[in-house]
Design a protein around this ligand. Structure first.
Ligand code: AMP
Ligand code: ZN
Length: 111
């Protein structure tokens, strides 16, 4: 998809600090980390947001997020798995992504 920075990352047109890649997904560190561990897991297919995703891709992305969180040391103390959606969800990049935040205790509720 043109004019999508995450599609540009997938195509290698924009750099990223890659955590993981396979045929359907890529994970990379967030450019503005909000926790000691903060990475994003995204589908290679341009899906704008969670409302347009199917059961298969959602299950797959969340499972990959869980495995990577574990590999990056978040299994014992936990982490937060976040999918922002559209304006009310605070989504700023319109390409589906799962945030994984770990390495510190996070507050709740969100503002
Ligand atoms: P959201 O607000 O849920 O749409 O999250 C978008 C996230 O993408 C934010 O946390 C940004 O810091 C992050 N982000 C934006 N551009 C880049 C980039 N080029 N590389 C890595 N993360 C990015
Ligand atoms: Zn995209």
């Amino acid at each position: 998809m043109a004019d999508c920075i995450f599609c540009d990352i997938i195509r290698g047109k924009l750099p990223c600090k890659k955590v993981y890649e396979d045929e359907e997904a890529i994970a990379f560190y967030d450019i503005t980390p909000q926790a000691p561990v903060h990475f994003l897991v995204i589908p290679k297919q341009h899906i704008p947001n969670i409302m347009e995703a199917d059961q298969s891709i959602l299950g797959s992305l969340l499972f990959k997020a869980q495995r990577l969180a574990s590999e990056l040391g978040c299994a014992e103390k936990g982490a937060r798995f976040v999918i922002n959606c559209k304006a009310h969800g605070g989504q700023t990049v319109d390409h589906l992504h799962v945030h994984v935040l770990g390495g510190r205790a996070l507050g709740w509720p969100p503002g």
